[in-house]
Design a protein around this ligand. Structure first.
Ligand code: PLP
Ligand code: COI
Length: 339
């Protein structure tokens, strides 16, 4: 294959050499099977197709200056996939199986790990779905776990350049007691109407509010939200958002650099009191928010008047990306080498 143009990669699919598949049947997981095919054979009555029994994960492999490939906090993704599986009654993938499969998939596709300094990374996509046939609404007794990788660039165009977001009141991605805390495909399907409406109006993504009262910030499309007020990093606590591993890490890093942190409900009006705001996630990394428009109130909240991200956002970004690329000491022990 030709080498991808690492510097101009977007967040999209690029074919790599191998993926790995495991099958759950009769109460146990098969040994991992390596495949070169990009396709899967799916039973037409699989619960993953009909009843949304599907969950996925997203994490990245980074090439360090020293030529070592490392993964960021993979155990957290393993635990979250177990929680998502339990949330929609699928067979969980044991942590050791998750580890073996993701590390082997990265290892077999090493030539696709973007070079140090390119700004691109190797995105790892573990996928779990109900593959057994059912017609009644019930959990499958068979599951398929697949891991593929693809080299990616920034999720939001412009990388660390500020992006604009639109507050959404006419679509909910998840209900308070629904599946918002799980990383299941249905949440993303539910978010698409809002996503397209935001894009059509020229925004990078939509900001969802709490579904019960529409008073509090939930999250920004496929990323968590944070705001900065004076020396404090503030991020929403909600019963319907994904617990972002990036956000958990930023909370630790913020404290490490002497900031205060708060995880609590964030009323929409509070947007006017933040000096900086951003979206964070594996794909989004930290995407600084330039403007947020609230169409109902006809208010624009602005955070980067000079076109540049604020100082706290940049400090956190440099610290996080520094650890991931091996430029900063990994003082929390977040990185694991792919041997
Ligand atoms: N929120 C949603 C809805 C997401 O899809 C993601 C991406 O995984 C995140 C937040 C960020 O989570 P993480 O930092 O673990 O990637
Ligand atoms: C991630 O950040 O890994 C995500 O899963 C976001 C995404 C759905 C593209």
């Amino acid at each position: 294959m030709e080498t991808p143009d690492w510097k101009n990669l977007s967040f999209g699919y690029v074919k790599t050499d191998y993926n790995i598949r495991c099958y759950y049947k009769d109460g146990k997981w098969s040994k991992p099977e390596v495949s070169t095919s990009e396709y899967i054979d799916v039973h037409m009555a699989a619960t993953g197709l009909h009843y949304g029994q599907e969950a996925f994960e997203g994490l990245k492999a980074y090439m360090g200056k020293d030529g070592k490939i490392k993964l960021f906090r993979w155990e957290e993704n393993a635990k979250r996939l177990i929680s998502s599986a339990e949330g929609i009654k699928m067979a969980p993938v044991p942590v050791e199986l998750f580890r073996d499969v993701i590390f082997q998939t990265v290892n077999m596709n090493k030539r696709f790990v973007p070079p140090y300094g390119s700004g691109a990374t190797l995105y790892i996509r573990p996928l779990l779905y109900g593959s057994g046939a059912e017609v009644g609404v019930k959990p499958s007794s068979e599951y398929t776990f697949i891991v593929f990788v693809t080299p990616v660039g920034p999720y939001f165009k412009g990388g660390v350049k500020p992006v604009n977001m639109l507050i959404c009141r006419d679509v909910d991605r998840a209900a308070p007691l629904g599946t918002g805390i799980f990383k299941v495909g249905g949440n993303y399907a539910a978010s698409l109407r809002a996503q397209i409406a935001a894009k059509d109006r020229g925004y990078s993504t939509s900001i969802f509010l709490d579904a019960r009262e529409k008073k509090y910030i939930d999250e920004c499309g496929p990323a968590n939200f944070f705001g900065i007020k004076e020396n404090t990093y503030i991020t929403p606590k909600s019963e319907s958002i994904l617990k972002s591993i990036t956000n958990m890490s930023l909370l630790s890093l913020a404290e490490k650099i002497g900031m205060k942190t708060e995880r609590r409900r964030v009323p929409v009006e509070e947007l006017s009191s933040f000096s900086e705001a951003g979206a964070c996630g594996t794909a989004a990394v930290i995407s600084p928010i330039g403007k947020i428009f609230d169409p109902e109130k006809n208010i624009t909240y602005e955070y980067c008047k000079d076109g540049n991200p604020g100082q706290f956002t940049m400090k956190l970004y440099n610290k996080l990306v520094g650890i991931q690329n091996g430029d900063e000491t990994d003082e929390f022990g977040w990185m694991t080498e792919v041997a």
